[in-house]
Design a protein around this ligand. Structure first.
Ligand code: ADP
Ligand code: MG
Length: 207
């Protein structure tokens, strides 16, 4: 991953959450407070605006900037969660202008660690973790069997989508949706849906 491909990834993600803003908000209206699309579109618009004014020269600064912007511009739970994810990617990736597949996988894994440190989510809590954790496992498995970066990100994208779809049958144990208990069942988790978009954007960009 280079500075240019990182920018392309973030730009693709920003476009997806903006185009799907109404859909993400509709998902959140069923089990939350109807603002996930608004939160993500606002956050990623702020991220891209800041990166356009000053593009950091190294990946660590770039991802730290993304994380800081999300933490400060998004009011909902997703701001600090995605924000911490990107901040930890930034601290892990190093002051480099590019990294290989193993470096990217390790940094994404560090990002997931940040998300968990923040939100304490576990598998099947019906959160963005349920899309992200399988995506990173699939990335690592593809990497270990010698696949190309393109194949690794495609595997991550497919696993994130499977994880997202599996949130439908789950009862929420974290976040606002957990207040609904059993009634949260039967609805796709909005955060897992935006996370699947994040990995779709990554695969799109690397391909
Ligand atoms: P809010 O819940 O504050 O309105 P959003 O609607 O933007 O924030 O985001 C909701 C999403 O955040 C949920 O769909 C879920 O995926 C994710 N989420 C909530 N709490 C947690 C948590 N503790 N850990 C991981 N993800 C969480
Ligand atoms: Mg919400």
């Amino acid at each position: 991953m280079t500075i240019d491909s990182a920018l392309a990834w973030l730009d693709n993600f920003a476009h997806q959450v903006t185009e799907q803003k109404a859909y993400l908000t509709e998902l959140d209206s069923a089990i939350g407070d109807a603002d996930h699309g608004i939160n993500m579109a606002r956050g990623m618009t702020a991220v891209m605006a800041k990166l356009e004014t000053t593009t950091p020269p190294t990946l660590d600064e770039l991802f730290k900037s993304v994380g800081m912007t999300l933490v400060t511009s998004v009011g909902g739970a997703s701001g600090p969660l995605y924000g911490t994810f990107f901040l930890r990617i930034g601290t892990s990736i190093g002051a480099v202008s590019s990294c290989d597949g193993a470096g990217l996988a390790a940094s994404l894994r560090a990002g997931l660690g940040g998300l968990v440190a923040r939100g304490k989510a576990e598998l099947q809590d019906k959160t963005m973790f349920d899309a992200m954790a399988p995506a990173l496992d699939a990335f690592d498995a593809a990497l270990a069997s010698g696949r190309s970066l393109q194949e690794c990100t495609a595997a991550a994208r497919d696993a994130a989508a499977v994880g997202r779809d599996a949130t439908v049958d789950l009862v929420a144990r974290k976040g606002r949706a957990s207040y609904l208990g059993e009634r949260s069942k039967g609805h796709m988790d909005p955060g897992a849906t935006s996370t699947a978009m994040l990995f779709d954007a990554l695969a799109d960009t690397i391909a």
